[in-house]
Design a protein around this ligand. Structure first.
Ligand SMILES: Cc1cc2nc3c(=O)[nH]c(=O)nc-3n(C[C@H](O)[C@H](O)[C@H](O)COP(=O)(O)OP(=O)(O)OC[C@H]3O[C@@H](n4cnc5c(N)ncnc54)[C@H](O)[C@@H]3O)c2cc1C
Length: 318
């Protein structure tokens, strides 16, 4: 099977999501290529190779919005090389290109995949519904290429291949007015501490914290543990945390080794973004709170009493 992974660049390197998809696709056997959108560099291509890409189609993006031109270039590459399966990540440009390609090639897109299962010459795409409580498997029946959009953190990014990939530069075609919009400014959200999506430990605040001015125990605990701070939508809507720190269905999906949920009820839309964490620790004053159903360790109590004790204990051990 010939699999292509749409690869995006951030700060001069492939995104983690790209490497997660390549690591998974490497297990399919067959031919694996990356379609890399970005400035590109030997180091970036080597990283793609280390994660399994034997070929890299390099689409050098300029200042214009990349999706229309990338779609046109990809459509030509597909006609020339006939890949079987195209994997896109659940990210902005990926989704844009996948949607455009679907319309252009007249192929369906299976989105929100948490697993991709090739078997007997077919491919099944696995989705979670009802807050991750039910898995749905869908198989493609129409002509190839099959297109899937994969959720972040569905797979671990693991280097393991030794190959230096063949890099094939691909010119982005002129797509006229469709590509005329340009990116004028980029704004990087400044946050302290580790990145929420990559952190090994996350301390998450829920509405039970009680106010922006009461976030002290959350941020202190996170600082002592070297953890990232996250939160529920209730906390973000109240303006206590930035949207970039929201965990859940309409926020980020995280998979840390330890997830500490404080004053979080455990609504389905939150749980779907953190349930695959290694050890889940919940602090909630309501012993009936649904978060306790998925917690490995539950503490029934007021977080403003429990967390300061934990902070005190951690400080004493330093
Ligand atoms: C389409 C859609 C998308 C959504 N997307 C998301 C999403 O991405 N992420 C998300 O989080 N939510 C999302 N939501 C909202 C979600 O349904 C919940 O409303 C939200 O997660 C609740 O946040 P919470 O747990 O902080 O608040 P609440 O549900 O109000 O829970 C607060 C909890 O704090 C406890 N508590 C109160 N005081 C204390 C204290 N002193 N000490 C300890 N515990 C205390 C209470 O017992 C309670 O369990 C979405 C909803 C919809 C409809």
């Amino acid at each position: 099977m010939q699999t292509w992974v749409f690869a995006e660049e951030i700060d001069g390197a492939p995104t983690s999501l790209t490497l997660e998809m390549l690591s998974k696709a490497r297990t399919f056997g067959g031919d694996l290529a990356a379609v890399y959108l970005g400035a590109g560099s030997d180091a970036a291509f080597a990283t793609l190779g280390a994660h399994g890409a034997t070929r890299v189609f390099h689409l050098a993006s300029g200042e214009g919005l990349p999706a229309p031109a990338a779609t046109a270039a990809l459509a030509t590459l597909i006609a020339d090389h006939q890949p079987d399966l195209l994997l896109f990540g659940l990210a902005f440009t990926d989704r844009d290109v996948a949607g455009r390609l679907s319309a252009r090639l007249d192929r369906p897109v299976l989105a929100n995949a948490v697993d991709i299962v090739p078997a007997d010459g077919a491919v099944r795409v696995v989705n979670e519904i009802l807050g991750g409580t039910t898995l749905v498997e869908t198989a493609y029946r129409g002509p190839k290429p099959w297109i899937a959009v994969v959720r972040p953190k569905s797979f671990a990014a693991e280097a393991g291949a030794a190959a230096t990939p063949e890099v094939i530069p691909v010119a982005l075609p002129d797509v006229g007015h469709a590509g005329a919009a340009a990116v004028l400014e980029r704004h990087a959200e400044v946050s302290e501490g580790p990145d929420l999506g990559e952190a090994a430990v996350v301390v998450a605040a829920g509405r039970g914290v009680g106010g922006a001015e009461k976030m002290g125990p959350i941020t202190e605990l996170a600082a002592l543990l070297g953890a990232a701070v996250g939160g529920t939508r209730a906390v973000v809507d109240a303006g206590w945390l930035a949207y970039s720190l929201q965990v859940g269905q309409t926020g980020k999906t995280v998979r840390p080794s330890v997830y500490i949920a404080a004053g979080v009820s455990g609504a389905m839309q939150h749980v779907v973004g953190m349930k695959d964490s290694g050890t889940i620790i919940a602090v909630n004053k309501d012993e009936e709170a649904p978060i306790f159903r998925i917690a490995d360790l539950g503490i029934v109590g007021d977080l403003h009493k429990v967390l300061p004790k934990l902070v005190e204990e951690l400080r004493a051990r330093r």
